[in-house]
Ligand binder design. Structure first.
Ligand code: NAG
Ligand code: NAG
Ligand code: NAG
Ligand code: NAG
Ligand code: NAG
Ligand code: NAG
Ligand code: NAG
Ligand code: NAG
Ligand code: NAG
Length: 507
């Protein structure tokens, strides 16, 4: 009897702390975790008692956020040594998340109500990745079923025909609201891909060298503030708005296949100073902050420097600098360090990343790809070690084709839906982000951890004084790692090949 109740308690506590991944294999080490209306894997964090630490582990070989307890040691293993310095602090963290695109909403909506709920829980709940950032496009993007803006009535200079679309009311707002209910720390970042075509020099939502006409600088600022105010009236306060998605695309003929509008430092700066900044400040959405750039890292730091050279006044309107990850392989990560040194009061935030976007990335959706998860892991660790304060994925959810996308620009996503079977697949990319987002709440600060060529690593202290260390072993051999915390002792951890570990303990 006593044994039975003990077993029941044990069993219940396992159920409460973790529901295991139901794997499906797509060849080699390509595994997804399958979720449906009644089942989805989840993990509730368990902070260990003093003297112990807990290791959460995911790997190419199939582990997904599996955890175990261990205790601090006085001895060191033979192997890699990393030294922690709690008093040496770097940037504070804003958070992690993904984008509420039209396509994400269309895909979520294609599932039954209970499967939708499991999906949103997967991203926003304590048992899931605990995302606290959500990007939301103003109007359409290529991840929409058609190109459109929120006022496509030509020459509607008083914006009397401005209105939300079915995409806002059916595919964005309901899911944003539910996500906010699940995690009230969720902050939204708005970005517009283009002004209405009639406001532009080329009268087109896309196209090479399409710019905002000077005569519509104020009208477009009012258009964006209308969006902020309407979303706010629906209970969705927008934390930040960028000056526009990827303004450099308008200068690249190959990239002008979808919604875009060009800005240069010399055009965007006066627009922000004279129009967008004051219009937001005069509105009921005056708490919304402005992020500059919203484009590739290779624009740093010159683009921001050129904005300041145009006018120092830009300083009072810009709170942070948003970057995207495409082509990071070709441009040094120290562009972030240089930008931070030049503008220490402007936080850096990575606002868009996805795999499958390059023309040679075929198939667009590669179910279970560990290599794509690894690209996320290494990018997040590198960015966080170079002053970046958060990392925002692109579409939260796509279908098995990597869409819908009206321009045929299909890509991959951490969650793929199969609406025919009413199920969805959590890919390695999902767990890659979760190894950070779930453990590093807003207001955590990066602390110093010495680096070693044979392991990727980064460390934080949370507002609740939890130490969080993330390790990734890219190699084919396992590594012995010792982390030396002068106050607590040594953490000896074997990190197997292609394995990510998040280690947590009380300070
Ligand atoms: C949902 O998934 C669980 C776990 O794999 C399985 O037992 C159950 O049969 C599935 N339900 C449906 C409707 O497919
Ligand atoms: C790692 O540690 C184990 C003992 O725990 C030892 O047998 C092994 O040789 C070590 N590996 C390396 C690469 O140092
Ligand atoms: C614009 O709004 C006016 C009323 O304010 C309406 O009569 C007109 O049909 C609308 N035009 C379009 C294209 O929706
Ligand atoms: C808009 O630009 C795209 C891309 O250059 C082009 O294919 C399309 O025909 C243009 N549409 C109009 C209405 O000019
Ligand atoms: C903002 O408000 C100030 C003071 O009321 C006014 O002078 C200014 O024209 C307004 N600017 C914009 C862009 O609305
Ligand atoms: C914002 O508006 C307030 C009045 O509401 C004004 O005092 C302040 O100077 C404005 N700030 C900027 C940066 O325009
Ligand atoms: C925003 O406007 C309100 C009044 O509408 C004012 O009390 C508040 O100080 C303003 N906030 C900022 C950040 O300017
Ligand atoms: C921090 O601790 C408080 C009090 O124990 C708790 O309510 C809160 O959820 C914790 N915050 C985080 C981010 O874990
Ligand atoms: C790991 O092994 C594979 C073949 O099994 C090889 O292609 C790859 O280059 C190796 N990676 C590293 C980092 O050694």
């Amino acid at each position: 009897m006593a044994e039975i109740s003990f077993l029941i308690i044990l069993y219940t506590s396992i159920i409460i702390s973790a529901e295991h991944c139901v794997p499906r294999n797509f060849g080699d080490d390509s595994n997804v975790c399958v979720c449906n209306a009644t089942y989805c894997d989840s993990v509730i964090l368990q902070l260990p008692h003093d003297g112990q630490f807990r290791i959460y582990e995911s790997s190419k070989s199939g582990q997904r956020l599996q955890s175990r307890l261990d205790h601090f040691d006085t001895m060191m293993e033979n192997g890699i040594k990393l030294y922690l310095q709690l008093e040496k602090k770097y940037q504070a963290i804003h958070g992690f998340g993904g984008a509420f695109t039209d396509s994400a909403g269309i895909n979520i909506e294609s599932l039954s109500d209970s499967t939708q709920e499991k999906l949103l829980q997967s991203y926003f709940s304590e048992g899931g990745s605990r995302y606290n950032l959500g990007r939301v496009p103003v109007g359409g993007t290529d991840f929409s079923t058609r190109p459109y803006t929120l006022d496509d009535t030509p020459e509607d200079i008083s914006l009397k025909n401005f209105s939300l679309t079915k995409d806002d009311t059916d595919y964005k707002i309901p899911f944003m609201k539910r996500a906010l209910e699940i995690n009230n720390e969720l902050n939204f970042i708005a970005a517009s891909w283009t002004a209405p075509a009639w406001m532009k020099t080329n009268n087109n939502y896309t196209g090479f060298l399409g710019f905002l006409k000077k005569q519509y600088y104020q009208t477009y600022a009012e258009y964006l503030v209308k969006f902020l105010e309407i979303y706010k009236s629906r209970g969705l306060k927008i934390w930040a708005i960028s000056t526009g998605n990827e303004p450099a695309n308008a200068f690249v003929p190959e990239l002008v296949k979808f919604n875009d509008m060009g800005w240069t430092p010399n055009t965007v700066t006066p627009w922000v100073i004279n129009n967008l900044g004051p219009t937001i400040n005069n509105s009921t959405s005056n708490e919304t902050i402005i992020l500059a750039l919203d484009d590739q890292r290779f624009d740093l730091p010159w683009y921001i420097q050129a904005m300041y050279e145009y006018s120092n006044e830009i300083d009072k309107y810009i709170a942070g600098i948003a970057t995207h990850w495409y082509m990071d392989n070709y441009f040094s990560i120290d562009l972030y360090d240089r930008t931070h040194s030049a503008f220490p009061n402007k936080f850096l935030l990575m606002t868009e990343a996805c795999t499958g976007s390059a023309s040679w990335d075929i198939p667009k959706v590669r179910l279970g790809s560990w290599q794509r998860g690894e690209r996320y892991i290494t990018s997040i660790i590198d960015d966080l070690n170079h002053w970046v304060t958060g990392w925002v994925d692109w579409n939260l959810v796509l279908n098995e084709e990597g869409g819908p996308n009206w321009a045929g620009n299909f890509v991959d996503s951490p969650i793929i839906v199969n609406s025919k079977e009413d199920e969805f697949y959590k890919q390695p990319m999902y767990y890659a982000i979760a190894h950070f987002s779930k453990f590093i709440p807003r207001g955590s600060t990066r602390i110093d951890l010495s680096s070693h060529i044979d392991i990727r690593s980064v460390a934080f202290i949370t507002p609740n004084n939890t130490i969080v260390i993330v390790l990734y072993n890219m190699d084919n051999q396992s590594k012995n790692v010792t982390i030396v915390d002068p106050n607590k002792g040594n953490i000896n951890s074997k990190v197997s090949q292609q394995t990510i570990q998040t280690i947590i303990y009380r300070k």
